[in-house]
Design a protein around this ligand. Sequence first.
Ligand code: SF4
Ligand code: SF4
Length: 376
Amino acid sequence: MARVFNWQLGREMDYPYEEHRPERQWAGVFDINKCIACQTCTIACKTTWTSGAGQEHMFWNNVETKPYGFFPMGYDVRILHALGPQAWNADGTYAGQTIFEAAPSGERLLGWRPEDEDYAHPNLGEDEIKGRIDRGLALAIPHENWMFYLARTCNHCTYPGCLAACPRQSIYKRPEDGVVLVDQSRCRGYQECVRGCPYKKVFFNPHSGVSEKCIGCYPRIEEGQVSACFAACIGKIRIQGWLSRPEAAREDNPIDYLVHIRKLGVPFMPQLGLEPNLYYVPPIHVPDFFLRQMFGPNAAAAAETYRHAREDPTLRGLFCLFGSTDRVLSRFQVTGDTAIGWDDSGTEVIRVPVTEPTIIRPREEPLYQIRRVNTP
Ligand code: SF4
Ligand code: SF4
């Protein structure tokens, strides 16, 4: 095992390979507060990449209802339970073990492989809430009764469990964008990657006999376009871009600003040690203990920042850029009441008003000789 630095843990950790970061890292931020579980992202991915033979059970993008939804069955609670206590120190460093540090003797990581039936109910638990509904709904924050939708794809992790687990070295991370891919000509279908990914975002194809996973829509990325699930998002909950290391964070990079500078975007299960590169603005109505387990020790502070985001002109403007363009944004600026985004070439690709114009039309319109009435 090599010693590598994981900034999400605030410390070094064991990993089977030396630290080798890509030139740029693909990353995204999802605002969970806005997801409506329409599954448009799921279908955009399904129809683009996984509609072939042996791919029936594959959802490279899925949206599950927390706390009772999972795909595959129980993927998160099973690994969290197997890992044991996951404490964080007061200074934000992780005091527990990662899946690499908790590896059983002779193995590279702590993992498990789902059974076929674990993939049988991709939308299990949808809309099921935590709490009692016979006492009405309380408006206090956090809510007594709660649930939220969690959209998930491969995290294109900095320290991928799938890559670490593969005995054939068939999985690699592209240096130009950090996208994690399976080389299907090398894969022999041992499914160690399925076992090794705690997010269960690698799938075995029984028809072709090899493993397959989210490719980050890299042909789109190479053209400066966001991935298909980002482009399709009805709720405009997503923004895609490039994530710098914390010490190199740029104020005008939308992803850096959300993740490193304002610390609004937090990773999913950072304690597992993979340094995942999808970040979530946590739901504001969910109790802190659950947010902490799901998104680490900074989740409650992120939710609190989000509660006041409307009062912050830069954040308010930046959230208007979510889902506003098919281009990958590498720079943004909020000027007055306008949010502007630029792509990699330095071209301005989007300009949106922060305040939507409101027009109040008169009840009587002599010019057209009409009278407007409100319809209930
Ligand atoms: Fe590999 Fe899973 Fe990380 Fe994706 S989420 S890079 S499949 S370990
Ligand atoms: Fe949520 Fe967007 Fe997916 Fe709809 S398309 S389920 S809003 S992430």
